[in-house]
Design a protein around this ligand. Structure first.
Ligand SMILES: Nc1ncnc2c1ncn2[C@@H]1O[C@H](COP(=O)(O)OP(=O)(O)O)[C@@H](O)[C@H]1O
Ligand SMILES: [Mg+2]
Length: 237
């Protein structure tokens, strides 16, 4: 029988407790905000180096979904709406996208699950972004989460799916994601600021790729450079 909890193991009990407690705080604030699109898996208990969460069922991982040839971009719109609901729930006083607020911090497609039967979005993994040792990983402008998803939507495809990086659809997915966010947050995202953050995210992630397999590194470096250049041109246009 399939267990109704999801067990997540960590390197040590401190990390398990840190993520468990952060998720509990997020869960309570989101429950209070009564969002329409967003759901958080309920944290159940923590025991040594393992944290237990409510198991999410009947969902598709967004990363898996975008690796298909055909993608329904509506899901990206829902993802943007869910992220705006998360930011609003965590920061009820939010009035400007420039200020530092409590954000997700590692908003990549693997941490987004879509439930087709109810059109709901689960956001998971409220752990520190593993490449970022700074204390402020989850306290930054909303633009950070909005820019970070571009890495998965437009660049980091598995090597056996590398033909997908050239898809026009990838850019449409980013655009739909930002539109969904604007729809819920009720104001326009400053595109120049957003592109600045995208360029920053691409640049800092590119630097961390030295340890990858040679072929992956070669291909991804090209895609990193091309995507970054496109955003530089957009910013300057
Ligand atoms: N509560 C849950 N129920 C079901 N699946 C989950 C749950 N939380 C995460 N997952 C799945 O497990 C994967 C890894 O979990 P995640 O918390 O993101 O760990 P990691 O820190 O290793 O990225 C996610 O990408 C998601 O597909
Ligand atoms: Mg994850």
């Amino acid at each position: 029988m399939k267990q109704d909890w999801f067990a997540k193991n960590y390197r040590n009990p401190q990390l398990a407790r840190a993520e468990f407690e952060r998720t509990l705080d997020v869960y309570d604030k989101v429950a209070e905000a009564k969002p329409l699109r967003l759901r958080i898996a309920k944290p159940m208990k923590v025991n040594n180096s393992t944290a237990y969460f409510e198991r999410i069922t009947d969902c598709i991982n967004l990363r898996k979904l975008i690796c298909n040839i055909r993608v329904d971009t509506e899901v990206l719109y829902y993802t943007g709406q869910a992220l705006a609901e998360l930011h609003s729930a965590l920061n009820p006083q939010i009035n400007c996208l420039d200020e530092n607020i409590s954000i997700h911090g590692d908003f990549s497609a693997t941490n987004v699950l879509y439930m087709p039967s109810k059109n709901l979005i689960y956001i998971v993994d409220f752990a520190p972004y593993r490449y970022d040792n700074s204390e402020s990983y989850s306290y930054a402008p909303a633009y950070r989460d909005l820019a970070h998803l571009v890495l998965t939507l437009e660049i980091k495809y598995p090597i056996y799916k590398i033909h997908l990086v050239a898809r026009k659809k990838n850019r449409e997915m980013s655009a739909m994601f930002w539109e969904g966010y604007e729809n819920v947050i009720g104001r326009k995202i400053d595109r120049d600021k957003l592109y600045e953050f995208v360029i920053k995210e691409i640049d800092s992630t590119k630097k961390l790729f030295r340890k990858r397999h040679l072929l992956t590194r070669f291909v991804w470096t090209k895609v990193f450079d091309r995507t970054m250049q496109r955003y530089i041109n957009l910013k300057e246009s």
